[in-house]
Design a protein around this ligand. Structure first.
Ligand code: SF4
Ligand code: F3S
Length: 330
């Protein structure tokens, strides 16, 4: 499959009802590996400081399904979530795999990296002699990997794990590694964004990235650009309460400054997304999420003007939720 066709399929996937991603990409990946005499993409997956939401999102991948990804695309060498091995066996597997596939494996980091007190607030393994922190594991393995994917907003930018007051000093992967990182942000990530990025790496190498290191395949436009309520916004016709059918800019939607393809890719087997179920976009793919998105349910201009602390923001969220602000949000 030509790269241009792959890109077109990824961008159009949601507008078609025939699940192009599965129907075309998996056979293309198989054919590619056969013709290039290549095996599946070797992957080492480290979960660090996060809620585990991204591996749950990954397990919910449809078209292709999880077993298809494992069978036809990736060779998951290590994952503390998906693997059966434990303790010393698991740790030996981690470092022997990294050594064997040095320069070729994809390091997937799911979660932020605590840096305070030498990273002791996230330990990925405990030997008889010492603790191996996420900070040590990511910096060591990050230098050995062919590519590094930061999966989810915590790994990409710090996310919820680094929200104020950030007692653990958590940061995104790009703050502890000097090399280029592919950021696949989202809280959680849409499985297509991750699986599509893996497919691109397998067949064509590094995808085109935006200024924040995210694949433009999935983050090339704002939510606002393709939102089904955009005509209401253009007419300045705003919702007054959740459940109204008009534009939710008045209720704190930050789709205008959030890049992702949720309005047409959609979630949960490609059937729905936040605005479709009457929830404003809270900017979960953004570099400054969640602190930059709060107070929630307050119109963007007021949110942006806010320089208050978290506690003060909570109080002002209620004040901002007035009829006046809803009617004149811009
Ligand atoms: Fe834009 Fe949000 Fe209104 Fe949709 S609901 S048009 S994303 S402001
Ligand atoms: Fe996240 Fe907004 Fe999409 S909150 S899931 S980027 S609609």
């Amino acid at each position: 499959m030509e790269k241009a066709e792959f890109i077109q399929i990824c961008r159009d996937n949601v507008t078609t009802a025939n699940h192009e991603l599965s129907a075309k990409i998996l056979p293309a990946a198989r054919k590619y590996m056969l013709h290039q005499n290549k095996g599946k993409l070797p992957v080492i997956w480290l979960e660090t400081n996060d809620s585990g939401d991204n591996n749950i999102a990954f397990m919910n991948t449809t078209y292709p399904y999880l077993q298809q990804v494992f069978a036809d695309m990736i060779n998951l060498l290590y994952s503390n979530t998906f693997m059966a091995a434990q303790g010393k066996d698991a740790l030996d597997l981690l470092f022997s795999s990294a050594k064997k596939y040095k320069g070729n494996f994809i390091l997937v980091v799911e979660g932020a990296i605590p840096t305070k007190d030498n990273g002791i607030y996230n330990v990925v393994a405990q030997t008889k002699k010492r603790a191996i922190t996420a900070l040590e594991a990511v910096t060591t393995l990050g230098e050995m990997a062919g590519y590094v994917i930061a999966l989810g907003t915590c790994a990409s930018f710090g996310g919820a794990s680094s929200a104020a007051p950030n007692l653990t000093g958590s940061v995104g992967v790009n703050k502890v590694l000097t090399r280029e990182i592919i950021n696949v942000s989202g809280c959680p990530v849409n499985p297509d964004w991750f699986v599509g990025t893996l497919a691109h790496l397998l067949m064509y190498g590094k995808p085109e990235l935006d200024a924040l290191g995210r694949p433009t395949l999935f983050y090339g436009n704002t939510i606002h650009r393709h939102c089904q309520r955009r005509s209401y916004f253009d007419k300045k016709d705003f919702a007054e309460k959740l459940g109204d059918i008009e534009c939710m800019f008045s209720l704190g939607c930050i789709g205008p400054k959030t890049s992702a393809d949720c309005p047409y890719r959609q979630w949960t087997n490609h059937v729905s997304w936040p605005v479709k179920v009457n929830t404003p976009c809270i900017g979960c793919t953004n570099q400054d999420f969640p602190d930059g998105s709060t107070p929630f349910f307050v119109p963007l201009p007021q949110k942006d003007k806010s320089t208050q602390t978290g506690a003060e923001k909570s109080g002002s969220a209620a004040k901002g939720d007035s009829n006046e602000s809803k009617k004149n949000p811009i």
